[in-house]
Design a protein around this ligand. Sequence first.
Ligand SMILES: *[C@@H]1O[C@H](CO)[C@@H](O)[C@H](O)[C@H]1NC(C)=O
Ligand SMILES: *[C@@H]1O[C@H](CO)[C@@H](O)[C@H](O)[C@H]1NC(C)=O
Ligand SMILES: *[C@@H]1O[C@H](CO)[C@@H](O)[C@H](O)[C@H]1NC(C)=O
Ligand SMILES: *[C@@H]1O[C@H](CO)[C@@H](O)[C@H](O)[C@H]1NC(C)=O
Length: 590
Amino acid sequence: MYFSSIISAVALLFTPSVLADVPLITNATEYIDLANSQGGFPSQTFRSSAIVAPIFFVNKWEKDQVDDAPFVFLGTVYGEWKAGPMIFDARDMSLIYADQRYENTYTSNVHIINGSRYFAFWEGGHTRGHANGNCLFFDEDYNLRYTVTAQGLGDAEADMHELSVTKDDSVIFSTYFNIPYDCSSVGGPDNALLMDSGFQEVDAATNRVLTDDGNYLVSSRHLSLLTLVDGKDGHPIWILGGRKNQFTDLSNGEATNIGWQHDARILPSNSTGETHITLFDNHGEYSGVCQEKCQTRALHIAIDPVALTARVVSQFFHPENIDSGAMGGYQTLDSGNVMTGWGHNPGFVEYKSDGMPVMDIQRGIIGGEVLADMFAYRVNKGDWTGRPPWPPTVVADAPNGNTLEATIYVSWNGATDVASWAIFASDDHRTISNYTNLIAESPRQGFETIISLASEDISRRYLAAAAVSASGDVLSSTIVIDLENDGQPAIVTSDIVSLKPPSPPPPPPSPSPQSSPVPPTSPSPPSPPSPSPSVSSGEQSLSTGTLGVMSGSVFSVVGIFYAGAFYWRKKARLRRGHGEEGYRMVDMRD
Ligand SMILES: *[C@@H]1O[C@H](CO)[C@@H](O)[C@H](O)[C@H]1NC(C)=O
Ligand SMILES: *[C@@H]1O[C@H](CO)[C@@H](O)[C@H](O)[C@H]1NC(C)=O
Ligand SMILES: *[C@@H]1O[C@H](CO)[C@@H](O)[C@H](O)[C@H]1NC(C)=O
Ligand SMILES: *[C@@H]1O[C@H](CO)[C@@H](O)[C@H](O)[C@H]1NC(C)=O
């Protein structure tokens, strides 16, 4: 941890800081009580931010055994229009970033486009099992760079279930759209609308639908099958599982008896004979404590697409004996470890490749009643560098109207590089950035750091904080607050650029100050969409899908698998979610 050596006019206070974040909970009774007292959503709030963050429960965490990807990505909902993707520090699960201004968000993860990392997720409105919205891609400065959605399907937009980036920088997502259909054969009207489903591959920069010569892995949850679909004419090249399974099962039926599954992916592989596929096999629609024997599994199979044989490579069950009937995800990490999201049971488990669970964490109660919005649809690990364009935020409790015995709360939503905080105080807000006004430093502690200026003789009216990197550089600084006026903003930026006296002759290249005008009070105001392509930089750190191959909880584009399952009369549709009015749905759970 860096601390500057300061020649200062005032005594520098190396202040013990306190973690504002609620610590991880390891006592199940305590966690269940907390969940029950909070409507099933164990959550915490902060002083310096309006963000709501989960409180996690840890069943198990072997810190030396987990994959070393530094961040965990999760999409969560905390109330009406408070859904948003979140990034957590994988070392302690403290919140790094949340952007909570959406109706719903799913599939939060990092993807590589043109060699640069993007934080991407789906946002939009959903109606029981399908949805209409957009795939958003933010760069590491949190600028929205790509907004990708369905094209040419009337009012149908991108569905929430899948967001996959190919190595050609195209984006694949699932779609649900209505087609006129004669449903008289199943007792419906002849002029009905049938909800069909499919997928599109779209160029991220132009939103143009691509026609790809590659083939597509399509996972149909309701048909309990995987099929490789020919990219040119849409015919199924092979079908694994379901009623029309074509594969000989070399694992006593365990490789092909998948059911109600999610997140099927072809693993990149250089072997010629076999294709490796991973998926979250819900294996039924039951969610809760396993009955007799656990069914839901993280499944890795290998198939020989010529000999049409399939075998189980590995399968992992939940360490707490939980089945999950809906949602779920499977991510193969660089180390070979596997990260799983348990869907309707809001937990995530990382396994060693031999199946040993090394991290088992919950954001809510598992094994009990399924709560709307309390789920872990997909949970991913990955790398990220967050450089927010907005400044850090500071608030203070100042019982004396000055720094004497004041308590300072600081955070910087989205910043990944903060190692410590520096507190500056002055009776003249105009010169507060002078290094001689540095009165305290403290290591960063979780999302929010609390600094108590308990001590002695420094009583000053104005205060500001600077976020400091591990190498001692000021990354950005807060506005100035007026402690005499209840800590209200003094409506000036603090412009702190250094903790050190200016060096004499050649000024060293220091990081540029973030001197925005009056900063927003909300910590996360990303910029409007701009479709400009990014410049490439950075290293490729995440494995994306094999060329031209994706998967999805989508139904086939070649056959109308849903005919007879449900239908509805033609009615005006709402722009989003198709509305429920006029539906006659038999089974639309996801
Ligand atoms: C868990 O918390 C409960 C309630 O606070 C307490 O009674 C119990 O002793 C704790 N269990 C352990 C193992 O600490
Ligand atoms: C092929 O895969 C093996 C292990 O999966 C790896 O050790 C080897 O380097 C790979 N070869 C190439 C050419 O990528
Ligand atoms: C900072 O404050 C010190 C002490 O008051 C003063 O000598 C110095 O000139 C100030 N520096 C600037 C750049 O104003
Ligand atoms: C990637 O870079 C190429 C070349 O600069 C550009 O043509 C393309 O549009 C970029 N792709 C995306 C998705 O931005």
